[in-house]
Design a binder for this molecule. Structure first.
Ligand SMILES: [Zn+2]
Length: 328
């Protein structure tokens, strides 16, 4: 089975690029190019298509990734070491597939280098993201938060989903950045303090992951092997999931296209994909979250189906008032 080429969602219709012109603003913080599409591709496509401002901050260029296509093997860090800039291009193509126009690298492209897997010698490089002083890296994110003023932040759980040092560090930087951005006494030169209303961590409900693997085994696929539930990041008991997003099937098509744009890192086969370990796993067409800060927009025990639930109107009014003030 092959995927149809995606019809990318249309970029937001607003005429102005100013964040204040968007009533809903979503910020995502990720470690490497490709993490955003795997974890949140559907969510990003949905909100971009609905006219929200979707801002992606990627912390490294993913220089230490393994290269899947043999014809691109020379990009690898132990050869030409040009994988980082190449992956920046893949990320740009993925963002075009998702309809996301605001994507940035923390501190600018190449400021922080991919740290490699936990325990690798690359962890100790002085330019590795793992070595970055937390408040310095978080300060870079504070500048983005105070500019974009998101109501919702999405990042990983404290283990980074699966223990990669850059994912753990991305989690720390996102959480610390959110805290410092709200403090008026922290680096006022970075802009007016801003408190993010809701913070979510990515997660995958165990029952959905198990069902996905059952589907994969039953369907047949082109991968040399099959991953296990333990290979999937952020698997949690179903009861810990507080929000689940699906929406228009077009968003899942866009997610698949975005994942395919990360050609050096991901092999997509219909509703399944594999990373450089060649192990097939399900490509999820519903994305799940755990609310860890803020007020739930659904009744107790009911999952939200919108990350902005409960905050949209209030914040929209506040911003409209500010825009009117500015226009006077
Ligand atoms: Zn990653």
């Amino acid at each position: 089975m092959t995927d149809q080429p995606a019809r990318p969602p249309q970029p937001p219709a607003e005429g102005s690029a100013s964040p204040a012109a968007f009533s809903r603003r979503l910020l995502l913080v990720h470690a490497h190019p490709d993490d955003e599409s795997i974890n949140n591709g559907l969510t990003m496509a949905k909100y971009a298509a609905e006219g929200a401002l979707v801002t992606l901050v990627t912390c490294t260029l993913g220089e230490e990734g393994e290269v899947i296509p043999p014809e691109l093997a020379a990009l690898a860090p132990d050869r030409d070491d040009t994988l980082g800039p190449y992956r920046a291009g893949e990320l740009a193509a993925a963002m075009a597939a998702l309809g996301v126009t605001d994507h940035r690298f923390l501190g600018g492209p190449g400021r922080y280098r991919d740290s490699g897997m936990m325990g690798a010698p690359q962890n100790d490089r002085p330019d590795a993201f793992w070595q970055a002083p937390l408040d310095e890296a978080a300060g870079e994110l504070v500048a983005v938060i105070r500019e974009v003023r998101p109501q919702v932040l999405v990042t990983y759980d404290p283990n980074g989903g699966y223990g990669h040092p850059d994912h753990i560090q991305a989690h720390r930087v996102a959480m610390r950045g959110a805290e410092l951005a709200a403090r008026a006494d922290f680096r006022p030169e970075l802009g007016r303090a801003h408190e993010i209303a809701k913070i979510y961590w990515n997660c995958n409900p165990r029952s959905v992951v198990e069902e996905g693997f059952a589907r994969l085994r039953a369907a047949g696929h082109s991968f040399p092997g099959v991953a296990t539930v333990d290979d999937v990041p952020g698997v949690v008991p179903d009861s810990e999931v507080t929000a689940s997003l699906a929406g228009d099937p077009e968003y899942a098509v866009a997610k698949s296209a975005a994942m395919r744009a990360h050609y050096t890192q991901i092999a997509v086969d219909g509703p399944f994909f594999a990373l450089s370990n060649d192990l097939g796993q399900p490509l999820f067409r519903t994305e799940h979250y755990q609310l860890v800060h803020g007020v739930p927009g659904a009744a107790a025990g009911v999952r939200e189906d919108d990350l902005f639930a409960g905050i949209g109107e209030m914040v929209g009014m506040e911003e409209s008032a500010r825009i009117e003030e500015a226009a006077e």
